[in-house]
Ligand binder design. Structure first.
Ligand code: GLN
Length: 557
């Protein structure tokens, strides 16, 4: 494709002052403004860290790892292949807002850029030349952006730049963007800067100085923001808007408030009310179209009508940072909204709370339990104990991946009376290894190669609860696991009521189980939360919220 002829517009989103001010949600909301107008969009994100992908990152450090349906084979040079489908959690937000599945190549990391330049150097590509950040790293970044434009030809490509302006690591990316804007022309690109405007209660004032400083840093790099999105407790007063406009060199109608809201899905509407969709399309010299916001508004209606609350406990080990389970809490929220109920998530740190009596107390006033995904032994005993409690009560239970595995361990120990049953991930010498590696995996020594990742076909067994939820015998879900439920043990559990409700397409891998003597007790090896959307909640999560509501009503408080 001739890049000069490409008609794609670019929106670059940077962040100032602090990290964690909702740049991802802002980017996704801006994308939504274009979708309201029928434009075809794509979103990319640049993460400045040196990991090739976030697959190996601890969720406490960086939040959940998002898993895409498709796998991308990243091949920096011939002979080096890295399959990638684990990407930054912001892509979960993009998928949920836009309803589109992202491709893993839309997530650029510094690691990917540097490794490809260095491997090229080893191959001799740059023979004779000094390999440098400018131009080699910068050119590679631009190439990666163009690749998405060439392959997908969107009307608008939004590019979120991770980190905060001023970070050393993000410099090459900002320079790449500066060059890109020069090449495509300013009328085809918009620069959006997301910043924090703190409210200082003692003086009763919104403080604009941090925003001014971060914009000055951007200007020093040759970048002038066209729009400033201000995260603040409340909509900014006129005086603060005027000040930011004056000192940051933007028109007042391009200083937009991003106030605290009850539910993030309302942000595109808050932007729309402030005219951001119109000013953005005008700025990008695009046809102005009337936004169709009615379906999105309608989706949010049941949220306002909610009068009841269900409490779902989430026992796990990454509970310190709610972003560790981002897609799960969002999927619960989607299911709650569509049932017109409020959601209260009760995090239970299971390293701290691992005693039976303590956990019984913790679970006393909840209406359902979602046993979380995870890796390793820390907190596992507490999770198993929580699952065991659900087995002897009617408390609805949904185990996701590790949660399903540990739910099975609880069943083996408490219902089958197999003392010492475990997953070999935690207890390699267990007497009853109900969760284990499959035989062919045991031959491989390389851990990385044995992980089952990305989207796979799921075959659902008829006449099961799972079948009644999906209403079909086939579906496709996303996976991220290494260990498996082992059939020679699971098949023995059938007499006590635990059945397999889904397999893989070859009927070799157990994908889901359920306890038939319980109103709602399901374990799934996959991650349904990655597919849940606010306007299309996932049936398994819908089922959990409905069962929780039922349980609460029967309990009568
Ligand atoms: N640790 C488990 C496995 O590797 C589960 C992983 C997960 O919960 N995503 O199979």
């Amino acid at each position: 494709m001739n890049r000069k002829k490409s008609n794609t517009r670019f929106v670059f989103v940077t962040g100032g002052v602090l990290s964690g001010i909702g740049k991802g949600v802002t980017t996704a909301s801006i994308a939504k403004l274009f979708q309201f107008r029928g434009y075809n969009i794509r979103i990319m994100k640049i993460d400045p860290y040196l990991n090739v992908d976030p697959g190996t990152l601890n969720p406490i450090e960086h939040g959940e790892v998002f898993v895409t349906d498709k796998t991308w084979i990243f091949e920096p040079v011939e002979g080096f292949r890295f399959p990638i489908c684990e990407i930054d959690l912001d892509f979960g937000t993009y998928e949920r807002f836009t309803g589109m599945n992202v491709h893993p190549s839309q997530n650029i990391t510094s690691g990917q850029i540097y490794i490809s330049v260095i491997l090229e150097e080893r191959k001799g590509t740059y023979l004779g030349r000094t390999v440098q950040i400018i131009p080699h790293i910068i050119d590679r970044i631009k190439e990666r952006i163009w690749q998405v434009v060439d392959e997908q030809e969107p009307d608008i490509l939004l590019v979120e730049i991770g980190g905060t302006v001023g970070d050393i690591e993000a410099m090459p990316f900002l320079e790449a963007v500066r060059q890109l804007v020069r090449e495509v022309g300013r009328q085809r690109s918009a620069f959006v800067h997301v910043t924090l405007v703190p409210y200082i209660a003692s003086v009763g004032e919104f403080k604009t100085k941090p925003t001014q400083h971060s914009v000055h840093t951007l200007q020093g790099l040759g970048l002038q923001p066209d729009f400033i999105i201000c995260r603040a407790e409340r909509p900014l007063p006129e005086s603060a808007v005027e000040k930011i406009a004056l000192f940051c060199n933007v028109p007042e109608d391009r200083v937009v408030s991003n106030p605290d809201i009850q539910i993030i899905y309302r942000l595109p509407l808050a932007f729309e009310e402030q005219g951001l969709g119109t000013t953005l399309t005008k700025h990008l010299d695009m046809q102005s179209r009337n936004p169709d916001i009615a379906p999105w508004e309608k989706m949010l209606e049941p949220f306002d009508a909610a009068y009841e609350t269900v409490a779902i406990a989430m026992p796990g080990k990454y509970t310190l940072l709610s972003d560790s389970y981002k897609s799960i809490s969002e999927a619960l929220m989607h299911a709650a909204i569509s049932n017109s109920v409020n959601l209260n998530i009760k995090w239970i740190e299971t390293q701290e709370h691992c005693e039976e009596n303590d956990l019984r107390k913790e679970l006393q006033h909840v209406d359902g339990v979602l046993l979380t995904p995870g890796f390793g032994s820390r907190g596992a005993e507490g999770m198993i104990c929580a699952a065991a409690i659900t087995l002897e009560t009617d408390l609805p239970f949904l185990g996701i991946c590790f949660g399903a595995q540990l739910g099975t361990v609880a069943f083996a120990r408490n219902v089958m009376k197999w003392k010492g049953a475990h997953t070999t991930e935690v207890e390699p010498d267990s007497l009853y290894p109900v969760v284990d590696l499959m035989d062919e995996q045991k031959i491989k020594s390389d851990k990385g190669g044995t992980m089952r990742l990305g989207g796979h076909q799921v075959e659902i067994v008829e006449n099961t609860k799972l079948y009644s939820l999906y209403g079909s015998v086939q579906t496709r879900e996303r996976f991220r696991h290494r260990y498996h439920l082992i059939d020679r043990y699971i098949s023995k559990m059938k007499n006590e009521g635990l059945i397999v409700s889904a397999y893989d397409s070859e009927r070799r891998i157990i994908n889901a189980i359920e306890y038939t003597k319980h109103p709602y007790w399901i374990g799934v090896q996959f991650h349904p939360e990655f597919r849940s959307r606010p306007d299309a909640p996932h049936p398994i999560y819908l089922g959990l919220i409905r069962a929780a509501l039922e349980y609460k009503r029967q309990r009568g408080n």
